[in-house]
Design a protein around this ligand. Structure first.
Ligand code: NAD
Length: 370
């Protein structure tokens, strides 16, 4: 089990350190190798995604990724910015399917910004297409900008584009995921305004013919954004494009209490995966030791399930996290009156201790929600 470990910037190294501690007590033959990525790699090698880092990621079974980005790089030319590293990894590894489950743990119902009755028992899965859409569309650029900067530019543009095979493969992934859950799929688009998303809607409808057991509905993205805060439990699986998925999954994250709770998996056709928390590098809290490591720890559970075929170990991690939350331990982002405040390291230690207690005991594999 060869894992490329790319901690990245900001809180990346703090949260990945806790995930590695958790992996260490699983007693599985992990072989880990670290490499710089993002702003850290730019400062070391002048490139946010050095060739050696990309090669390591491509040759590994799975990538454990922290986060990239820092405001101090905002003035760099776009191709050198830290965020290009994650876009490059997605593109070069063909990581087209992004799974972002939003599960509201019973213990965190109070931490949600919505009323407890709206989020209690929430368990939805957002599947975001990751290698197409406006983030990768050509042409892109600006006009009348002599020095390559935006100063003096009259216009800037990005092109939204999807091909039939791109939509078909993500639709298949989404229908298959819905089949393993409650058999309801909502495809989110903006077909009323955008040609790209009328095409998206038509292709998803065509693919639906192969999954008659799954109920499909279509929803405009503005309505989906509203429904997510009005009645989030109406959803089971949501499939959408790259940009809408980016925005809706952050919105869904907050329903669960904190973006610090949400893991994610990005998979390619070979089953290789990149596993990372749904959040960014949180430069505002980097170095303070207060970041929530649970999204990264739960991303390890996804890695065990999706790529490494170790569902029992994944279930043990999830059970350990539940136990720790039930004990009242909370990092600052999910803290509420009456609970015990923990640092990043204390939260990681608590999960490790709970896992150690659970090992030896046979953990029942919970109904897979992904
Ligand atoms: P962010 O997700 O980094 O932070 C948003 C807010 O959530 C901040 O207040 C932050 O403190 C909080 N937060 C995030 N993760 C947390 C955690 N684990 N525990 C506690 N609080 C947490 O988003 P942003 O501020 O918009 O972006 C910061 C940088 O991250 C930018 O450079 C952005 O481009 C980058 N980014 C990277 C990724 C990635 O690496 N995949 C994803 C999103 C944003």
């Amino acid at each position: 089990m060869k894992i490329a470990v790319l901690p990245g910037d900001g809180i990346g190294s703090e949260i990945v350190a806790e995930a590695l501690k958790v992996m260490a007590v699983l007693d599985l033959p992990f072989e880990t190798e670290h490499a710089p990525v993002g702003g850290t790699a730019y400062e070391l090698h002048g490139n946010p995604l050095p060739d050696a880092t990309l090669r390591l990621a491509q040759q590994a079974d799975a990538v454990l990724f922290g986060a990239v980005g820092d405001w101090k790089f905002d003035t760099l030319e776009r191709s050198l910015r830290p965020e290009q590293a994650i876009l490059g990894l997605r593109k070069h590894m063909g990581l087209f399917a992004n799974f972002r489950p939003a599960i509201c743990y019973e213990e965190l119902t109070d931490a949600s910004s919505l009323k407890p009755e709206l989020v209690a028992g929430l368990d939805i899965l957002i599947i975001r297409e990751l290698t197409g859409d406006i983030y990768f569309g050509q042409p892109r650029g600006r006009r009348v900008s002599p020095d390559g900067a935006f100063k003096g530019a009259e216009e800037a543009f990005d092109t939204m584009r999807y091909s039939r095979p791109e939509i078909e493969r993500i639709a298949h992934v989404a229908f298959q995921a819905a089949r393993k859950r409650n058999k309801r799929l909502t495809s989110v688009d903006k077909a009323n305004v955008l040609e790209t998303f009328q095409f998206w809607k038509d292709v998803v409808t065509e693919v639906h013919a192969q999954y008659p057991d799954v109920a499909l509905d279509h929803m405009y993205v503005d309505n989906a954004a509203m429904q997510l805060v009005k009645a989030p439990k109406r959803f089971d699986v949501i499939v959408t494009g790259n940009m809408f998925g980016d925005i809706l999954s952050d919105e869904a994250a907050m329903l669960t209490g904190s973006i610090g709770m949400l893991p994610s998996a990005s998979l390619n056709a070979k089953g290789q995966g990149l596993y990372e928390p749904s959040h960014g590098s949180a430069p505002d809290i980097a170095g303070k030791g207060i970041a929530n490591p649970l999204a990264t720890i739960l991303s390890v559970a996804m890695m065990l399930k999706f790529t490494l075929n170790q569902p029992e170990a994944a279930a043990r991690i999830e059970a350990a996290v539940k136990q720790v939350l039930a004990s009242g331990l909370r990092t600052a982002d999910i803290w509420s009156a009456g609970s015990t405040r923990a640092s990043t390291r204390e939260m990681g230690d608590a999960v490790v201790a709970a896992l150690a207690k659970l090992s030896g005991l046979k953990t029942t594999i919970a109904k897979t929600t992904l």
